[in-house]
Write a protein that binds this ligand. Structure first.
Ligand SMILES: [Zn+2]
Length: 281
């Protein structure tokens, strides 16, 4: 019986390690480092509720200390820097992106994003860039799930810019809670690549729309002017290799002249909720 209990405990820890590693890259290691403290709490508290509460608080405290004080300088040694967390030029669309350590990029890409943000604010006062997923702090072949290409710190997703539909006021928010999954629908005269990809069997192409709440979609319209300016500035930046966007947006925003503004292909996902920016090697 004791052996079974030990095996189950080890399996539970392993499951947590895998889950936390997939989500945050560093959470699994922090969980392993906390195991002696969990053991102490198990001896200290007989009641399960207090034990689990203590272990959870212990992990959260250790995680926050590592994420705030240890990771930034350590990742910097490997050429990876974090994107701003509460800047007025550039900030995460959702704070969980930073809490889960999904906001690290190469220094050159951070500089490019900040320069674009500065130029955008010169053209459109008050415009703030909202970034989505970037990459974890370490490794050049560590995919940031579910983005298989976000593996080397050279890739960054940014939300499109929106207006409130009621009064056409520019806003610094998105209709989707996570920035992904609420798409700009092609107009009747546009090429509907999403439909064509779905017809070819690429079920994942528009999958996010099925799992992300669409309740606020009708409250927003695309801010074509500011989104076009943002995409143009990224395409023109010397530190940017290419930008991925949905074909109907490329023509709708008047950006057909840019060769480095591309379609990701049906094997990827829709890019009319966000753009994908790739820095140079
Ligand atoms: Zn991307």
């Amino acid at each position: 019986m004791r052996l079974v209990k030990t095996v189950l405990l080890v399996l539970a820890h392993l499951l947590w390690v895998v889950l936390l590693t997939v989500l945050t890259q560093v959470g699994g290691v922090i969980h392993l480092l906390c195991i002696p403290a969990y053991g102490f709490l198990r001896l200290r508290y007989q009641q399960r509720l207090f034990r689990y509460l203590g272990q959870t608080l212990c992990f959260l405290f250790a995680y926050m200390v590592v994420v705030v004080f240890v990771l930034p300088p350590l990742a910097g040694r490997y050429g990876r820097v974090q994107l701003p967390i509460n800047g007025t030029l550039l900030r995460p669309q959702n704070l969980m992106t930073a809490i889960l350590c999904r906001h690290y990029v190469r220094r050159e890409l951070r500089n490019a994003a900040l320069e674009v943000a500065v130029f955008l604010q010169r053209e459109h006062q008050g415009a703030t860039l909202l970034y989505l997923d970037a990459q974890h702090p370490f490794g050049n072949k560590w995919p940031l799930l579910p983005h298989l290409s976000h593996s080397d710190g050279r890739k960054l997703d940014l939300a499109l810019l929106w207006k409130r539909k009621a009064d056409h006021t520019p806003v610094t928010e998105t209709p989707s809670v996570i920035g992904y999954g609420v798409f700009v629908d092609p107009r009747p005269q546009d090429v509907d690549v999403a439909r064509s990809c779905a017809q070819q069997g690429y079920w994942q192409y528009g999958f996010m729309e099925r799992i992300i709440p669409q309740a606020h979609k009708s409250e927003y319209v695309l801010d074509e002017e500011r989104t076009a300016a943002m995409v143009r500035l990224f395409c023109q930046h010397k530190g940017v290799r290419r930008v991925l966007i949905e074909p109907h947006l490329k023509s709708r925003l008047g950006l057909s002249a840019f060769d480095n503004l591309r379609h990701a292909g049906c094997h990827a996902v829709r890019h009319d909720d966000h753009i994908h920016v790739e820095g140079r090697d």
